[in-house]
Design a protein around this ligand. Structure first.
Ligand code: A2P
Length: 311
């Protein structure tokens, strides 16, 4: 089943499975570890975490168990984690990476991302600092040379910020990946195309508009209930979630829907036996409305020069 998931070749030479499991927003003990074990059985090989999600230890423990049971080998997995905003100072980057490695119980990370372009003093991100992400990037490059990480990239960077890194004097490694929010209501087409042109892959997070965190908010559109998508699902005999994931894969994106529910985990993996027609891809195009489901967390950064979103 794992073979069903296509990969994208990163500019670092490594292959990244285009469907992975997002692991944000799971705080019940064992919930994410159990999901990882179930997901591996279903063919998931790519797991996306972050130091800030606090799921690294559970993911690491689940992977260790699976390896000990002979169900998977470390080299068959693709593990992504992220440098938190508190550790952007160049001399803090390697210790932060070491902390993630320790929490995961692994001796390398497949892809290590700068979580946000803005650095902060505090965990709660209320005290942004002026640390420049290009200095952080140079420290990230050293992690590759030390063999701690195989590929490096960024998350929540806009085009101008990617451009600044690409134009860095003496850049050794280009970002292999930029992980940003992408959903039927937020296509990010310009950023995706710019990234393709520059050899940077794009991962889309919150493909369904983060139902777990947002759907209860009155102003949050319920993307999974969008009539165009529901109707398409009927036509292909697939759920709205499957239509959305298929659309993303056909755009050449990597996607990391989060689920801890076994039937939804299986559903999200079952998207490689159908293709959206050109007309349906066009109909999806018409749904774009620049809606960010996660932006409300970051309003306190609005006046920071590295704020990555539209003001
Ligand atoms: P659950 O973990 O109970 O399955 P996003 O990736 O956009 O942030 O969305 C994650 C949320 O979407 C989680 O709350 C998850 O809940 C839910 N979810 C994941 N897969 C599906 C699916 N196939 N259908 C409906 N909801 C889903």
């Amino acid at each position: 089943m794992a073979d069903k998931v296509p990969s994208t070749r990163l500019n670092s030479g490594y292959d990244m499975p285009m469907l992975g499991l997002g692991t944000y927003n799971s705080f019940k003990p064992n919930e994410m570890g159990d999901a990882v074990k179930a997901a591996v059985q279903m063919g998931y090989r790519h797991f996306d975490t972050a130091w800030r999600y606090t799921t690294e230890p559970e993911i690491g423990a689940a992977v260790k168990e699976l390896i000990q049971e002979g169900k998977i080998k470390r080299e068959e997995l693709f593990i992504v984690t992220k440098l938190w905003v508190q550790f952007h100072e160049p001399d803090q980057v390697e210790p932060a990476c070491q902390k993630s490695l320790e929490a995961l119980g692994m001796d390398y990370i497949d892809l290590y991302l700068i979580h946000f372009p803005v650095a902060c003093e505090d965990l709660e991100i209320t005290k942004p600092t002026s640390t420049d992400y290009v200095d952080t990037w140079r420290a990230m490059e050293k992690l590759v040379d030390k063999g701690l990480v195989r590929s490096i990239g960024v998350s929540n960077f806009n085009q101008q910020q990617l451009e600044r890194i690409l134009k860095l004097d003496g850049i050794k490694y280009k970002p292999a990946n930029n992980q940003v929010e992408i959903s039927p209501y937020l296509h990010q087409e310009n950023l995706v195309q710019y990234s393709f042109k520059n050899g940077i892959s794009t991962t889309g997070y919150s493909p369904f508009g983060a139902p777990g965190q947002n759907y209860e908010r009155n102003d949050a559109p319920k993307i999974l209930e969008d009539p165009t998508i529901v109707e398409m699902g009927r036509k292909y005999k697939k759920s709205s979630a499957q239509v959305i994931l298929r659309w993303g894969i056909q755009r050449g994106l990597v996607l990391i829907p989060k689920s801890t529910n076994p039937s939804r985990l299986a559903q999200n993996m079952d998207i490689f036996d159908f293709t959206l027609s050109e007309d349906d891809m066009k109909a999806m195009q018409a749904l774009d409305r620049g809606y960010r489901s996660n932006v409300h967390f970051f309003t306190m950064w609005k006046d920071h020069p590295f704020y990555p979103f539209e003001k």
